[in-house]
Design a protein around this ligand. Structure first.
Ligand SMILES: [Zn+2]
Ligand SMILES: [Zn+2]
Length: 373
């Protein structure tokens, strides 16, 4: 299987071990059970920023990954790509950060840094060169470990600054959930007052999309969900203008041809045609959720009305910093449930049942203990 090959390739390079000790919460097999493990981090290189991790959000991708649902798991795996913390040391070439700075790391920790995408600030489109924050083989041959850990060392390019006033715990989830919805809204013109955006699915991604669309972009926002029970919260607390229950034919019909775009955050396998019908002519649906099966869309539902179906993968580093700055300016943060490190397995079980409003964040700094304690 691919994961074994990748792990062996890494091992063959003979550089699997770093010297700096850290503690992580690691999965050892597809059961996904997480337990403390002593790991190593590289010493701070010339371009590196060493970070003491204080908080890490729990993304649904972490759950998919530790259970090997995407078939590419390398164990032991330390998940986590919504990292917030404080700089402890910087390399001699680092210009943007100093010890004590409040910083974050999202889904990527490296890329080729030389392709057209990287040159233009879209490291997220790097052709084959993206090194993800965990479960990736880094350029030095080591396997990356994520933010469910006490520290991390990352190339300066992949570190962002938390604006003053943005809390690290509620800001951490923006590093995946925030940029994942911000970038497609920006590049598909769904960031202007007067436009109407539908947010399909109200979870970790969806609730941030609603907040950004309302508070930062001043748009009309409709939440589309299977759960009528989320209506009051979506409208009263998150500020959505309307709510459509997707199983209600009358409500779907009433909302037909009204939306300029839809941010589709759903990771379940659902037919897309009913939702394409909500788009105005020339409307766009942007996929940011990751269903496991091939998409099903009758060509007729795409072609009539000149509709666009697009995909979007996180965002570049420049846009990630911009997103944090915009979110801070407009007071946008994630709604979180802060949990102790020893609650992580229970939190994963609840995450699997979507029993969280809307992001678990692990209080790493205060509760992650050494592996031998
Ligand atoms: Zn994520
Ligand atoms: Zn590149």
């Amino acid at each position: 299987m691919a994961p074994t090959v990748a792990a062996e390739a890494a091992a063959a390079k003979g550089q699997l071990q770093h010297t700096g000790k850290a503690v992580g919460l690691a999965a050892h097999d597809a059961s996904g059970h997480l337990a403390p493990l002593t790991i190593t981090r590289r010493s701070t290189g010339d371009d590196d920023v060493a970070i003491k991790i204080l908080f890490c959000g729990m993304c649904h991708s972490d759950l998919h990954s530790i259970k090997n649902e995407w078939g590419n798991a390398m164990y032991p795996m330390v998940p986590g790509h919504e990292i917030a913390g404080v700089v402890t040391e910087v390399g001699k070439n680092v210009t943007r950060f100093n010890p004590g700075d409040r910083v974050g790391v999202g889904c990527m920790v490296n890329s080729c840094q030389s392709c057209d995408g990287c040159a233009e600030g879209f490291e997220n489109t790097c052709g084959g060169g993206i090194i993800f924050t965990y479960n990736s083989v880094d350029r030095d041959g080591t396997v990356t470990y994520g933010g469910y850990s006490s520290s991390v060392t990352v190339h300066e390019r992949f570190v962002v600054r938390f604006p003053d006033g943005m809390p690290l715990d509620r800001g951490a989830p923006l590093l995946c959930a925030g940029i994942t919805v911000y970038s497609p809204m920006k590049y598909h013109g769904l960031n202007k007052p007067g436009k109407h955006v539908g947010v399909l699915g109200l979870g970790g991604l969806g609730h941030v999309a609603v907040k950004l669309a309302k508070a930062a972009f001043g748009m009309k926002v409709t939440v589309i969900s299977t759960s009528p029970g989320k209506k009051q919260e979506a409208m009263d607390r998150l500020g959505a203008d309307a709510f459509v229950v997707s199983k209600d034919a009358e409500e779907m019909k009433a909302a037909a041809s009204t939306m300029d775009g839809i941010i589709n955050t759903v990771s379940a396998n659902i037919p897309l045609a009913p939702f394409m019908s909500l788009l105005k002519p020339n409307g766009k649906m942007i996929m940011v959720g990751l269903p496991t099966k091939a998409l099903e869309i009758p060509p007729f539902d795409l072609i009539m009305g000149n509709k666009t179906l697009a995909g979007s993968c996180i965002g570049g580093m420049r846009d990630t910093q911009e997103m944090l700055d915009v979110a801070a300016k407009h007071g946008v943060t994630a709604d979180i449930e802060l949990v102790d490190a020893d609650y992580v397995n229970t939190a994963m079980e609840r995450l699997a049942k979507a029993d969280v409003r809307y992001r678990f964040v692990i209080d790493i700094g205060n509760t992650l203990k050494n592996a031998d304690q």
